[in-house]
Write a protein that binds this ligand. Structure first.
Ligand SMILES: O=P(O)(O)OC[C@H]1O[C@H](OP(=O)(O)OP(=O)(O)O)[C@H](O)[C@@H]1O
Ligand SMILES: O=C(O)c1cc(=O)[nH]c(=O)[nH]1
Ligand SMILES: [Mg+2]
Length: 192
């Protein structure tokens, strides 16, 4: 899929939101990609995962033992990546604030993992999730995401293969433009 074809899927599904959003990192933005709206169609979720799988170099794919994704946003696309790559898909949760595996999920010592995210903005959540896989005994070989909002600047410490890049500005708390600050704020994600 081309960047335009993927963006068309986001537009068609009403996933490209405008308003005033507080992002997971605490930064503000006038734009939000609500990936859950794109992924609510199982057929579309599967197509996007297949397109993502094609981005991953073959030597990495051949080495993978499992797919892991950070809840909530990563769960559906992670599951579809598991289907596309014929691998088990697990997810990390952070009910107490720190990502870890629950629900009986575990990684064999040294298991080679593909990290799957919906969106990367600052890369903070990805880095936390990658560290959590290390604590669980695995090793992340690479990450994929539907969207890279970092302008290519997020350093995840592993090779990163996003499906599309989108350059929507984000602002630090004290640096929000007046017209954006005037719009009531919402925080769509689940980080506390
Ligand atoms: O690169 P970052 O600056 O960390 O931002 C991206 C993260 O933010 C969102 O998750 P969020 O923490 O909002 O929770 P959610 O997955 O439950 O929606 C998104 O799903 C990524 O995990
Ligand atoms: O940075 C985020 O929290 C974020 C941005 C975005 O566009 N979509 C999303 O789900 N999370
Ligand atoms: Mg998330």
């Amino acid at each position: 899929m081309t960047q335009d074809e993927v963006l068309a899927e986001f537009r068609k599904s009403g996933a490209l939101l405008e308003g005033h959003f507080k992002l997971s990192s605490g930064r503000h933005s006038g734009h939000y990609l609500q990936c859950a709206r794109v992924l609510m169609h199982p057929h579309r979720a599967a197509l996007l995962a297949e397109a993502l799988a094609e981005r991953i170099p073959g030597d990495i794919v051949d080495s993978l033992d499992a797919v892991v994704s950070p809840a909530m946003g990563g769960i559906i696309i992670g599951h579809e990546m598991g289907r596309a790559l014929h691998l088990d898909a697990m997810f990390l949760e952070r009910p107490e604030g720190k990502f870890h595996l629950r629900r009986g999920f575990s990684l064999a010592p040294g298991a080679k993992v593909l990290m799957v995210e919906d969106v990367v903005t600052t890369g903070l959540s990805s880095r936390e999730a990658i560290a959590a896989v290390g604590s669980e005994g695995g090793e992340v070989l690479a990450e994929v995401a539907l969207v890279d909002r970092s302008n290519g600047s997020a350093d995840l410490g592993v090779p990163f293969f996003p499906l599309i890049d989108i350059d929507f500005p984000t602002y630090a708390e004290g640096d929000v433009p007046e017209d954006l600050a005037a719009i009531p704020i919402t925080k769509p994600g689940s980080r506390k």
